[in-house]
Design a protein around this ligand. Structure first.
Ligand code: SAM
Ligand code: SF4
Length: 477
């Protein structure tokens, strides 16, 4: 599939800032959102075309509740017809919260003297990973503050350490990172350690708002952060995750900017973001939230649906910042990855005494709103007929750009994604599930196999399930 490049006031050049505030604000102010236009844009997305900025402006300007409902239904149809019912699961692992920056919204900011600073020792990292493996996790994202201690070499060391931890049938098969921007050499170092996705959020794409929230440290350089993924790409990391922290500035501006960022990556590197994240600002130790831009649940669900329609080939991540109800709702609108069993207090996965694990904002970056265990999340996904997946096959087989292939290569999902989701769920059931969850899990697998019946590989999938029952692990297509 080829994307037609748009014409912008700022040309896309690798390493050069690409956000033109006036251009985006004009689009928001001047685009009229009639029912006909909204329907045309939804139809364009459903015919598997990427939306341009103008189309996206039509959707962000829709105000009529019925039209907003049509946008959500459009996103739901797109998700169901293209991606089916798989949901990929992961967990964040906070490695260290020392930080030289002073991001107004973050509990780790340098001016927060109440924050308890900690960097996990190697032994503690191993313990955390063992505890995560005991729960059945296979995919982690390691998270770091910004500090000289967390150099590319140190990050690479922690990534390799995590891959090396094996307990019983447990192992981590994909390690993503969310860390401060690096130079090209630094990115090469973490790539060599075998990271999956490098994820970084621009927080706000609006330069003035950005300046207001980032008063100290290196992060105050807006442009450096904006083009950091260009450097990652130049270092050979073509698997990158973008995001904005919703609540710092007008959500419409951020949505258009995320699309503009996607266009920039496509224009410069011929590959868009692997994932888009849309964290919503949460309460944290010592922060003042500016109520003007806080995003309501209605706007939040609308913006998730719009992003699904606008960049239909990308993975969409939703974290435990959101409560269970919102998480359930936006799963319909295209979210493809969620965390389960999340603990963001450093060292808490390995804490046996879970009763005493009350949330303490001085130990955490922000407050989370979904504290369900991975087992509960999986059980409830199965109740809702989703297919939980721990698949890591594409990345390990060097099939990069898998979301794009899922989207654009006919039959790819049946051939690889559904099959691998079934196999990883079968492993989870065998190794970690309670009997009642196991029963639900096998039912979902049987139903999935029925749906794949006409498909030639189904016998091979069944055969591999038997091999998993007999004790083999890590079988994938
Ligand atoms: N220090 C690195 C950085 O700033 O890029 C690592 C990221 S930080 C530990 C992870 C992300 O958490 C930030 O990029 C930000 O979007 C988000 N975050 C910070 N404070 C938050 C808050 N109060 N509520 C929700 N998300 C927050
Ligand atoms: Fe540090 Fe990142 Fe928090 Fe900013 S968002 S204070 S850089 S941990």
């Amino acid at each position: 599939m080829k994307f037609t490049p748009e014409k912008y006031t700022i040309e896309d050049i690798s390493g050069e800032p690409f956000i033109d505030v006036q251009e985006i604000e004009n689009l928001i102010s001047n685009t009229i959102s009639t029912p006909e236009k909204v329907r045309e844009v939804i139809a364009k997305s459903l015919s598997k075309q990427r939306l341009n900025l103008q189309d996206t402006a039509v959707l962000v300007n829709a105000k009529d509740p019925e039209l907003i409902e049509e946008i959500k239904q459009g996103a739901k149809t797109l998700k169901e017809t293209i991606y089916g019912n798989r949901i990929v699961l992961f967990a964040p692992l906070y490695i260290g919260n020392k930080c030289i920056n002073n991001c107004e919204y973050c509990g780790f900011k340098s001016s927060n003297k109440d924050a308890l600073r900690k960097t996990l020792s190697d032994a503690e990292i191993v313990k955390e990973v063992e505890a995560l493996e005991d729960n059945g996790q296979k995919r982690l994202i390691l998270v770091y503050g910004e500090h000289p201690h967390y150099s590319p070499d140190y990050i690479a060391h922690t990534v390799k350490l995590v891959y090396g931890v094996k307990k019983g049938h447990g192992e981590i098969r994909r390690v993503n990172i969310n860390a401060a921007p690096m130079d090209v050499e630094g990115f090469k170092t973490v790539k060599e350690a075998g990271i999956g996705t490098y994820q970084i959020f621009q927080e706000t794409y609006h330069p003035e708002a950005y300046a207001k929230y980032h008063l100290g440290g290196v992060k105050k350089d807006y442009a450096n952060r904006l083009v950091s993924l260009d450097r990652a790409m130049e270092a050979g990391i073509d698997d990158v995750g973008i995001g904005a922290l919703f609540g710092l500035h007008d959500w419409r501006f951020e949505v258009l900017s995320l699309v503009r960022h996607t266009n920039h990556l496509e224009a410069c590197f011929n590959v868009g973001p692997h994932t888009i994240s849309f964290p919503r600002l949460q309460d944290a130790s010592m922060i003042n939230r500016d109520a003007r831009y806080l995003v309501s649940d209605e706007d939040f669900t609308q913006l998730v649906a719009i992003l699904r329609l606008a960049v239909p080939y990308t993975g969409m991540i939703l974290t435990a910042r959101e409560n269970e109800k919102i998480r359930k709702e936006v799963l319909h609108y295209g979210v493809s990855q969620i965390d389960g069993g999340t603990k963001i207090e450093l060292g808490n996965y390995a804490q046996e005494d879970t009763k005493n694990q009350v949330q303490d904002l001085n130990r955490e970056q922000f407050k989370i709103n979904d504290d369900r265990s991975l087992a509960q999340v999986i059980d409830e996904l199965l109740d809702d007929s989703y297919l939980p997946s721990f698949c890591t096959a594409c990345y390990r087989l060097g099939r990069t750009g898998e979301h794009f292939m899922e989207f654009s290569v006919p039959g790819f999902i049946k051939r690889y994604c559904s099959a691998n989701a079934i196999l990883t769920l079968a492993e989870y059931i065998e190794d970690y599930a309670q009997p009642s969850t196991a029963e639900k899990g096998w039912k979902v697998i049987d139903k999935q196999l029925e749906d794949l019946e006409a498909y030639q590989r189904v016998e091979e999938i069944k055969n591999r399930i038997e091999r998993i029952k007999a004790g083999e692990r890590d079988l994938y297509f």
